[in-house]
Ligand binder design. Structure first.
Ligand code: ZN
Length: 609
């Protein structure tokens, strides 16, 4: 589903044309997707315990109009940082509008825009309910004990008007609930935002959660962790300490910490099977399986999301500057915004001492293996396709492949400048020249900054082969420049071709069978209980390892398999399949030049020279 092109064009035009010009050129009629101006905008969020139990957030919006021209109120189609169309208006019900206690007539002009026809100039009040029951950090939800409020779902804006309008937010939640947010407290209670972009980029977490703070540099770091006691006091202390160290080394890349306080909002849920983070300019929201609490992978997510506070929330591709909300904003540069952020997350862990160089090498080798297993895809194409999530496995490849491109660029810049400069210089230069100048960066500016950092070397060939093109990355020639090498170990492993799972209380069962596999040829079926595979009991923990130990070095094995199918024991047999498993490692390169050793040390420690 796409927003009609006509609407896209209209919104973009209105952003480029000065408002005065728009007024004179385009009288506001029903056929234009431009709202009458509104002023004095206030948002009011109410959640009481009955609402929370019903998964309901009540939203009111107040504003004034100076004419009877139609007001077009729109709800964003997406939440910046989450590159997919959510069409948040779908969660809205019970929409109503009143002025002076009387209903204001309204209809919808598209699925996310309400058109109000005021009867007279003056104050208007709009109200609706927002209902959602999914744990999604791009969405808003309320449940007993907790609410996550994302402005991009809840706060309508006047369509086609500039986003630079101030507003206030009033929040009413059950007594005893805590509130964590990056929003600026207003002098008379509630919060305020000077423009819509900031308003929707400062989520609010409200409810019962642990809330810890510490000072980092000149700012505060806050850590909200739900549910209460999910993290022990000592774990929360070490989380704060890790976060502080990460912020220190990430700030060093850009030469500044751009917030007065930064809040990590973490929601753990035993039923959630993944870890997802969503970045904002002074906070981020993680939704995570409870199972990874205290695991290093969670720290790497923190490092990734916090780096976004600079890279994408502030320094951003021109294609997404400024953010627009009515439609998607495709860019070929997500590999920089996401991939290079991921590279810096890996660097932040090793540079801060949260992990060691071996962990950095392992993570990097893992990314190389991950990309090698995918169909070749250009970084720019993968970036552009983010919005449609290709199903060939490459959907999120701009993360790992972009991270690897970051490593290559870092090595080549350091090599070209005798380690006087690094990828840090590129990030810092663009941060100042683009973000600080109030604009996004262009492709030309990116490559110019890379070329300048590397001492003038052209990266046109690099772009053509490794960003625009789909050539495999030349690790054999690049890694040695940083005193590293890629080592691949190949092992021949037997493969049965079954996925095992547990059916409630019934013990391990065959869940699925790979087409053409040994199991399929033998006639194993989903639901079978494996009794034995060759000499190995079918319920042996680590069946794959046992198979490898027993049959790894053999050839042409006919493997007997016994299964229990519905109480009947069956004897099956098939030729055992083998495959080659390649395990990659990155290692320090023995006998490397002094320069290459300096480069490796510079990457790992964030130093030059
Ligand atoms: Zn990210």
């Amino acid at each position: 589903m796409r927003i009609p092109v006509k609407r896209t064009v209209l919104v973009m035009t209105s952003l480029m044309v000065p408002l005065g010009a728009l007024r004179s050129q385009a009288p506001i009629t029903e056929s234009h997707a431009v709202s009458a101006p509104i002023s004095g905008v206030g948002y009011h969020i109410t959640i009481d315990s009955a609402d929370a139990a019903q998964r309901r957030i009540r939203v009111a919006m107040t504003f004034s109009v100076s004419s009877v021209s139609p007001v077009l109120l729109a709800i964003p189609a997406w939440t910046p940082g989450s590159y997919e169309l959510g069409y948040w208006a779908k969660n809205i019900s019970s929409f109503a509008a009143t002025a002076g206690g009387k209903p204001v007539s309204w209809d919808k002009t598209d699925y996310q825009t309400w058109r109000l026809r005021p009867a007279a100039p003056g104050a208007i009040s709009v109200s609706f309910e927002y209902r959602n029951d999914s744990l999604d950090n791009a969405n808003s939800f309320a449940k007993p004990e907790l609410a996550l409020l994302n402005g991009a779902n809840l706060f309508p804006y006047a369509a086609g008007r500039p986003f630079e309008f101030a507003s206030t937010v009033e929040l009413r939640v059950p007594a005893g609930w805590r509130v964590a947010t990056g929003m600026t407290p207003a002098p008379r209670g509630g919060y305020s935002a000077s423009n819509y972009h900031d308003l929707v980029d400062m989520p609010i977490l409200a409810g019962h959660f642990d809330f810890d703070s510490t000072k980092v540099g000149n700012g505060w770091l806050r850590f909200a962790s739900y549910p209460v006691s999910e993290e022990s006091a000592s774990l929360r202390e070490s989380t704060l300490s890790n976060l502080s160290r990460i912020i220190g080394v990430e700030s060093a890349v850009f030469g500044e910490t751009p917030w007065r306080s930064y809040t990590v909002m973490q929601i753990a849920d035993s039923a959630f099977g993944a870890i997802v983070g969503l970045e904002h300019q002074s906070s981020h929201v993680d939704v995570t399986s409870a199972f990874v609490i205290g695991q290093p992978v969670l720290t790497s997510v923190y490092a990734h999301e916090i780096f976004h506070a600079w890279n994408v929330k502030r320094l951003r591709p021109a294609d997404m500057w400024p953010y627009e909300y009515a439609h998607e904003q495709p860019t070929t540069w997500l590999w920089v915004s996401e991939g290079i952020t991921d590279y810096y997350a890996d660097l932040a862990l090793v540079r801060s001492g949260v992990s060691d160089s071996t962990a950095f090498f392992t993570t990097t080798a893992g990314k190389i293996s991950e990309i090698d297993a995918l169909p070749p895809v250009g970084l720019d194409d993968a970036s552009l396709s983010a919005w449609i999530q290709p199903t060939d496995g490459t959907a999120d490849s701009y993360y790992s492949k972009g991270s690897l491109a970051g490593l290559m660029l870092d090595i080549m810049i350091r090599d070209g400048s005798d380690n006087a400069r690094s990828l840090d210089d590129v990030m810092r230069t663009l941060y100042h020249d683009a973000y600080k100048a109030g604009k996004g960066f262009t492709g030309d500016e990116w490559w110019k900054a890379v070329q300048s950092a590397s001492g003038g070397k052209s990266f046109a060939d690099f772009d053509a082969r490794y960003v625009d093109g789909r050539d495999p990355y030349p690790w054999a020639s690049v890694l040695p420049l940083a005193a590293m090498q890629l080592v691949a170990d190949s092992t021949r492993v037997p493969v049965l071709g079954v996925t095992m799972g547990e059916i409630q209380g019934g013990g391990p069962r065959v869940m699925s069978i790979a087409p053409g596999s040994t199991a399929e040829v033998a006639g194993v079926q989903p639901g079978d209980q494996l009794l034995s595979v060759g000499d190995i009991p079918g319920d042996a923990p680590g069946l794959a390892e046992h198979l490898q130990a027993r049959y790894g070095s053999e050839t042409k094995v006919m493997i007997p398999i016994t299964v229990n199918r519905g109480g009947k024991q069956l004897s099956l047999v098939a030729p055992l399949d083998y495959t080659w498993r390649v395990q990659r490692r990155i290692e320090p390169l023995a006998g490397a030049s002094a320069k290459a050793v300096r480069i490796r040390s510079g990457i790992l420690h964030g130093t030059t020279g």
